[in-house]
Ligand binder design. Structure first.
Ligand SMILES: Cc1ncc(COP(=O)(O)O)c(C=O)c1O
Length: 416
């Protein structure tokens, strides 16, 4: 097999297949030493195996490709659909699993100037990459955080009177007005000023005088269900909150909210999911571009007899003599264990059935009807024919959970 190293990569798979058919063992192929060297720690790259790559070596067994160009195109598309105001980028949860340190600068370079994360730690990780941009922290301002927020030029998203007090105290201490969004709860009942707090604030708006209030915001409960009456109720409540407080800009729609029409337009939309290609209009064709693909390499192929079981708890039994391919993808990689037996990967455009339980590091596929599949071949598990929404359907979850679960064991590369 050493001779394969001098062949162009595209030929290596087919030559390997011939060797396998001639009786060579069905194990993974050798890799060139130069490829392995790139996985060794160096002063510039202390943990290379877990870091982003700019191109593939020949050593990975799972490859996550993130298309930054598609994410930027999705943001531009959402801007066209939201002409009433700006469109921010929600990059919390490591940009929904795709890598905030790559995604946020790409959007910034395209002109995005409003970003949101959930945690202070997430904000600190990307603050230096976003010069001049607003960076809001949706989970609010916890006790002890105000000084760091101010020093790092973060925008507090204030969702309770104690948070307003904290940010005002810091503004007084620094003798300057500090930037904030005011978050009102119109139905989510998790964060945001409740009815009583809003009434107090409306009665004494001077409390807000020392803050630089950028937007009043609320978050929609069911924007992906256009007919849900709660959408209109929230819109009405939000309008009432806006009228009760000093005039300021508004921020309303998330991804699906942008598709609810002009009633839900505001000065700043806050999409996350749609940027990453999750369908903001479930049940309708997805208007967004897909941004991610995940390919996994077949590690082994084995023959089993009719009646043999595969994997933990013998959850699947072969109804005929079968070939089983094992690939490095498990629930520790964020691949849902709840994945139904009806799920599949794609090989040469064809669905390859997943069989047996998804285990921590491995999944198994029935490749009996794919005699061409050999160790070293690649199965596509997220791609043009297998969207995160498809996977979510098979696993009984949503595309958000599929993307945010993608874990760092995959080698990653980013397309510009
Ligand atoms: C307050 C807030 N705004 C905006 C978003 C983005 O929502 P989506 O990903 O549905 O666009 C989220 C996501 O959870 C959120 O919590």
């Amino acid at each position: 097999m050493t001779a394969l190293k001098c062949l162009p990569r595209k030929f290596v798979g087919s030559v390997r297949r011939c060797f396998s058919r001639l009786g060579a063992s069905e194990t993974r192929h050798d890799v060139p030493a130069s490829s392995l060297r790139s996985l060794l720690p160096s002063p510039e790259n202390p943990s290379p195996a877990l870091n982003r790559q700019t191109s593939w070596t020949d050593t990975e067994t799972s490859r996550l490709t993130v298309d930054l160009g598609a994410i930027v195109a999705n943001w531009q598309d959402l801007r066209r659909r939201h002409p009433s105001g700006d469109v921010a980028a929600v990059v919390k949860a490591d940009a929904y699993g795709l890598g905030a340190r790559s995604v946020a600068p790409a959007l910034h370079a395209a002109g995005c100037r409003h970003f949101f994360v959930a945690h202070l730690s997430e904000a600190l990780a990307i603050r230096p990459l976003l010069p001049g941009a607003m960076l809001g922290v949706l989970n609010g301002l916890a006790p002890g955080q105000a000084e760091i927020f101010a020093a790092q030029n973060l925008t507090a998203v204030l969702g309770s009177l104690p948070e307003i007090d904290r940010w005002t105290a810091e503004a007084r201490r620094l003798e300057r007005r500090l930037p904030a969004l005011l978050h009102v709860d119109t139905g989510m009942n998790r964060l945001g000023l409740d009815e009583n707090e809003l009434a107090k604030l409306a009665a004494d708006p001077g409390v807000l005088a020392e803050l630089k209030l950028l937007y009043l915001m609320t978050h929609l409960v069911s924007s992906e269900v256009p007919d849900d009456p709660i959408n209109q109720r929230q819109r009405t409540e939000f309008a009432a909150a806006c009228a009760a407080l000093p005039p300021m800009k508004r921020s309303l729609a998330n991804s699906s909210g942008i598709f609810l029409g002009g009633d839900f337009a505001s000065d700043l939309a806050r999409p996350g999911a749609a940027l990453y290609g999750i369908n903001p209009t479930p049940g309708q064709p997805n208007p967004m571009r897909q941004t991610v693909r995940l390919d996994i390499e077949v590690l082994q192929v084995r023959k089993i007899a009719a009646g043999d079981s595969v994997g933990y708890n013998a959850a699947w039994r072969a109804g005929r003599p079968s070939r089983i391919a094992t690939a490095p993808l498990g629930y520790a990689d964020g691949w849902p264990r709840s994945m139904a037996a009806c799920s599949h990967a794609i090989f040469d455009g064809q669905p390859v059935p997943l069989v047996g339980r998804v285990s921590m590091d491995l999944t198994t596929y029935d490749v009996t009807d794919f005699p061409a599949i050999m160790p070293g071949d690649w199965l596509n598990v997220i791609g043009p024919g297998r969207t995160p929404d498809d996977i979510a359907r098979d696993a009984g979850t949503n595309g958000y959970e599929v993307l945010t679960s993608l874990w760092s064991r995959y080698a990653r590369t980013y397309l510009a």
